[in-house]
Design a protein around this ligand. Structure first.
Ligand SMILES: [Zn+2]
Length: 148
């Protein structure tokens, strides 16, 4: 049993890696209500950062359907010092806030993007719709279509 479990978890890890390295997203769709959740979560947690996870469907037209927020202890430098990512089958990425004027990923953000999910967003102060930037797991900007 133990051997089979180990084999299975090895296989899962391999599949995850293959998947992460070959799936590059260049364009996504996101529901307007999710955008609203992101802007209000960012405002509520300001001046602290927040971190939440995207749920959705990966397909030729990848769509983000839902977001779940995990309260965590923020420090000034990073939203995720050590975090157990609740990766369910539907978790496809993350969103976090920057209390300053930049929504570009830091070095730590890029490391996190590479390891976790395939779509990531950063929202900067003052947390309006146009302050959100989306990235693929390589940290490259991707275009986003907001749908109702
Ligand atoms: Zn960041």
């Amino acid at each position: 049993m133990k051997i089979i479990q180990n084999l299975m978890s090895n296989l899962k890890n391999k599949l995850k890696k293959i998947f992460a390295s070959t799936t590059v997203i260049n364009e996504i769709k996101i529901k307007r209500e999710i955008i609203k959740k992101i802007t209000s979560l960012a405002k509520e947690t300001h001046p602290k950062e927040f971190l939440a996870f995207f749920e959705g469907i990966i397909s030729p037209t990848t769509i983000i359907n839902d977001i779940f927020y995990q309260p965590y202890i923020a420090n000034d430098k990073s939203a995720f010092p050590r975090l157990d990512i609740p990766l369910t089958t539907n978790t496809i990425g993350s969103v976090h806030s920057h209390p300053g004027p930049k929504n570009t990923p830091s070095k730590a953000d890029r490391r996190f993007f590479r390891k976790t999910g395939i779509i990531h967003a950063i929202i900067r102060y003052p947390y309006k719709e146009q302050d959100i930037a989306f990235y693929n797991h390589h940290g490259e900007r991707i275009s986003v279509k907001i749908v109702d």
